[in-house]
Write a protein of this length. Structure first.
Length: 162
């Protein structure tokens, strides 16, 4: 059954049971089935593409979400000693400030190189480069920083390695 057909059936059920008026139900139900914007992913992949010029390969997959100011999101990854990595976060919100930090298994930030392009006319992008000295589990934190726009901030995170 398609999402549109299911949405119509739910809407009709709500209208006919008298629990909710159609004009109130439609906007919230439509919002629930809207696809997530692909713009954060496009910006992250475009930025990560610059690291391909230095021999990095973009890892398959990406992580997307919505950040609230001061509430970082974390992704657990396995990194290998002797490899170099760039973690790239991007948001279509111009003027927002993103910070990407990589932590070891004990929660301590590891030595990294930062790349920011907040002045770019199209959205906001940030990247952190790391070269772990030990193989193991690490955590990548993405955070909307102070000075960012208020409200939710859609983002996408990709990473490359060599």
């Amino acid at each position: 059954m398609s999402k549109e057909r299911l949405l119509l059936q739910v809407l009709l059920l709500l209208v006919f049971t008298g629990r909710m008026m159609a004009q109130d139900a439609l906007p919230s139900l439509l919002k629930a089935v809207e696809p997530m914007s692909m713009e954060p992913r496009r910006l992250a992949l475009e930025t990560a593409g610059a690291f391909e010029n230095d021999g990095f390969r973009i890892r398959d997959g990406e992580w997307s979400g919505t950040l609230s100011k001061g509430m970082p999101l974390f992704l657990q990854v396995t990194l290998f000693a002797g490899e170099n990595y760039w973690f790239v976060a991007a948001s279509p919100t111009t003027g927002a400030m993103l910070q990407v930090t990589v932590y070891d298994a004990s929660g301590k930030p590891i030595k990294s190189e930062l790349w920011h392009n907040a002045a770019h006319a199209e959205g906001t992008r940030s990247a952190t480069g790391v070269a772990p000295t030990q193989s193991g589990k690490y955590f990548v934190g993405v955070e909307g920083m102070r000075g960012s726009t208020e409200g939710a901030l859609d983002f996408s995170l990709v990473y490359c390695y060599k």
